[in-house]
Design a protein around this ligand. Structure first.
Ligand SMILES: *Cc1c(COP(=O)(O)O)cnc(C)c1O
Length: 421
């Protein structure tokens, strides 16, 4: 098995090369050269996530440097539960937030960290991961890479512009993680990262790399819960479920499309979007145009030009097949609030603003099949939005509570990238 660039099928690399490189040399994204089909009758039970993960991911690591360590990597990365919360037999919420930072990005970040640590211990060398964050990504990356060997992490966040819970999650580490509060905006943080990468001498000396969601190592593990949850629903109802996925950069959805192509028992996938409507516009008028993002209550989905669209366009490479396979709906902020309230009233269940976009799509989609809505974050991460709506404090999950109690460590810096080296 090898991976090719979305822009040039002659660029062929192994899984570990793709993970190490991040972006392909031509600026494209790595995708599997072909998607293997697997026999789900032979799959391990849906509740044994590390075993199931190994079964699904093994074809992608055949002949790879990491082949023999894949099971150990799966145990390392998938060390928390992924439960389906059932409203009834046919309507479920997939809780993707029981990892250390209470959002689904823990899966990708932990698998990437498990991969990179092992690749470097085999090939030698040292890397510095540079990550600019508007809140959540930096926390997941810091947690996943904390105390990993051969890797340092520098996290840049805009001072005073992340929530206090987010700041605690970014600054609670020491050793190989350094947090920087930048006197500027998120865009300034991103510019510092770009400038550092452009400084070739520095980039080479520090072994700079990124851990953003275009890295294959973050995408592959996200197939696993598409399998585990659809298998569970299929085995209990005898019907294939429709998966409803709150989407921003479309990494989560892309991995689920790969899982469906491999043979996961999925009827259909629907993207739930906030007011960033680029994908819906494309479905409605057939021409793709990225735009500037708009700020919404579901802020981790505020993406105007989703980077993983390039992978979806590679999978469904003309408008006809794309529009046959992909459907989407937009949900505005007012509706997000009403949906949080309705779900609490109907099911005595509290959801985050991102998950609310998915619940609204389920409510209004007139879907005959069983449905699974991906819950991408724990509501306690968005307590300032959720608590006034449901009228009570949201209990903080234990892993997150632990992080919030730790002492903060960070340096305050100006917007010049040289101030962090
Ligand atoms: C990142 C994120 C999303 C969007 O996921 P993509 O893979 O970028 O589509 C949705 N919800 C939450 C809570 C997130 O952190």
């Amino acid at each position: 098995m090898y991976f090719v660039s979305t822009r040039d099928s002659k660029t062929k690399v192994s899984a570990s090369e793709a993970i190490l490189q991040g972006l392909a040399p031509d600026g494209g994204l790595f995708v599997p050269s072909s998607i293997p089909e697997i026999d789900i009758e032979k799959a391990p039970h849906f509740s044994d996530i590390p075993k199931l993960a190994h079964f699904i991911l093994a074809p992608y690591f055949e002949g790879d440097l990491l082949e023999d360590e894949l099971y150990e990597m799966c145990c390392d990365a998938f060390n928390f539960p992924v439960p389906l919360h059932l409203y009834n037999d046919r309507e479920a919420v997939l809780e993707l937030y029981w990892g250390p930072t209470a959002a689904f990005k823990d899966f990708g970040a932990r698998f990437l960290a498990a991969s990179l640590e092992r690749i470097l211990s085999k090939k030698g060398g040292r890397l510095t991961i540079l990550v600019a964050t508007s809140g959540d990504t930096g926390g997941a990356v810091a947690a996943a890479f904390h105390n990993r060997e051969h890797i340092d992490v520098k996290v840049l966040f805009p001072e005073g512009r992340v929530s206090s819970r987010q700041q605690s999650q970014l600054t609670c580490y020491q050793n190989n993680i350094e947090a920087y509060a930048v006197a500027g905006s998120f865009d300034d943080c991103q510019k510092m990262v770009k400038d550092a990468f452009v400084d070739k001498e520095l980039a080479a000396r520090e072994g700079l790399t990124s851990a953003n969601s275009i890295n294959l190592g973050r995408l592959l593990p996200q197939m696993v819960y598409a399998f585990s949850s659809s298998l569970q629903m299929y085995q209990t109802t005898g019907e294939k479920p429709v998966m409803i996925i709150p989407s921003g950069n479309v990494g989560n959805a892309c991995a689920s499309y790969w899982a469906m192509t491999m043979g996961a028992p999925i009827q259909k996938i629907t993207l739930a979007l906030n007011s960033n409507r680029t994908i819906l516009d494309y479905l409605e008028n057939g021409s793709y145009r990225g735009r500037a993002s708009v700020a919404t209550l579901a802020n981790a989905m505020d993406v105007g030009d989703p980077s993983n669209m390039e992978r979806l366009f590679h999978l469904y490479d003309d408008y006809e097949s794309f529009s046959k396979m992909v459907s989407a709906a937009c949900v505005d902020d007012e509706t997000i609030k009403k949906t949080i309230e309705r779900v609490y009233r109907d099911h005595d269940y509290i959801i985050c603003p991102h998950t609310a976009t998915g619940e609204y799509v389920r409510e209004t989609g007139a879907i005959d099949s069983p449905t699974i809505v991906y819950s991408t974050a724990h509501p306690a991460k968005f307590e300032t939005i959720v608590e006034p709506i449901v009228g009570l404090p949201v209990e903080i999950p234990p892993s997150l509570k632990q992080l919030l109690l730790k002492e903060q460590h960070y340096k305050r810096v100006n917007c010049d990238y040289r101030s962090i080296f």
